[in-house]
Design a protein around this ligand. Structure first.
Ligand code: DGY
Length: 330
């Protein structure tokens, strides 16, 4: 019996390809070439599924050219590369990889918060440049983290894992803003208080962004919001580029309107707004919040489970547009 054909769009653990080849005729990309939308569409010809990494745009234009496509399986929890409405209209299922990266990403949120507030990278650059000649009482004096107020925007699974660390590990007061309020029992488990966005920005000593990107969350933080924050505050973006207006942030950092920022994601990444590279009070990392080997393997395994589940057995594990499943009678 011929196996369904699938495309693996980017380089991945070799074991993942071995597993996929037991069920599918696999075209892979271990040289990790970044394909243009045209090339992606061309390589998707005749493919029933795609293993994706969250960077490939799946929109109406692509779908119109890929009539045999049934499933796009992201190995990431974020899925702003998918136009879900267009996928649903075309009868193409989208899946993502939630849960498996929650704790690792929350760990990194704290790494970025600590590095930003305590000026870890800025002071390391100073040391590496041979500028450290003596100890002094105010050298690289940073902001307190323990016992301060953390404002979390976006209180999904990752936001809650960060809130737990903040309350139980660092004795912080947690305030949060979200589309919907959490159950009282969940709020109580990390002593969190629901507030409006304005109050959060005005009150928090540290602001952490963990909300998904959509047209509605575009530039959730721009010049107006930055102006509301305390001049001593830090801002951490762990979510997606585009949630922060990076040009406005670079200006606020340059003018010391906020103390510092820690960014793992950027508008138009892998490009980084050039002004961000010129200010010292920002910690920059290349979208690595979920990057531990165990977690990246677990994320890939969930995408594999979705491909095998849906294309072989008719059942997906983490469907994003289950209407497609219902229509297919799965
Ligand atoms: C995700 O899973 O969405 C992370 O940002 C990794 O891309």
């Amino acid at each position: 019996m011929t196996q369904p054909a699938i495309l693996v769009t980017r380089a991945i653990f070799p074991e993942v390809l071995v597993q996929l080849r037991q069920h599918f005729d696999v075209e892979s990309n271990q040289d990790d070439v970044i394909w243009s939308p045209q090339e992606l569409a061309q390589r998707l010809q005749g493919k029933a599924g795609a293993f994706m990494t969250g960077t490939e745009k799946v929109d109406a234009g692509l779908l119109a050219r890929c009539g045999q496509l049934k499933l796009c399986a992201n190995m990431t929890v974020g899925y702003n590369n998918f136009d879900l409405a267009a996928m649903t209209a075309a009868g193409v299922l989208g899946t993502n990889a939630p849960d498996v990266l929650t704790e690792t990403t929350a760990d990194f949120g704290f790494a970025l918060l600590m590095a930003t507030a305590r000026r870890v990278t800025e002071s390391e650059h100073f040391l590496r440049a041979g500028k450290w000649t003596r100890w002094s009482y105010d050298m690289f004096s940073g902001a307190e983290v323990h016992g301060t107020t953390l404002g979390i925007v976006g209180m999904g699974r990752i936001g809650q894992a960060i809130a737990r660390r903040a309350a139980l590990g660092f004795g912080m007061q947690v305030i949060y803003h979200n589309r919907s309020r959490l159950d009282a029992a969940v709020e109580a488990s990390f002593n969190a208080r629901y507030v409006g966005k304005e109050e959060l920005l005005q009150t928090a000593d540290h602001v952490m962004l963990v909300l998904p990107y959509s047209a509605d969350s575009h530039h959730t933080i721009g010049a107006t919001e930055l102006a509301l924050m305390k001049p001593t505050a830090t801002l951490i973006n762990l979510a997606r580029g585009g949630i922060v207006d990076d040009a406005a942030l670079a200006e606020a950092l340059r003018d010391k309107r906020i103390a510092a920022a820690g960014l793992d994601v950027f508008e138009g990444e892998p490009a980084v707004h050039p002004a961000l590279l010129t200010v010292p009070n920002v910690v920059l990392t290349p979208h690595i919040a979920s990057a531990t080997e165990g977690t990246r393997r677990a994320m890939a395994a969930l995408a594999v489970d979705n491909l095998i589940g849906f294309l072989v057995h008719g059942k997906a594990v983490t469907p994003l547009n289950p209407e497609v499943l219902a229509r297919a009678g799965a």
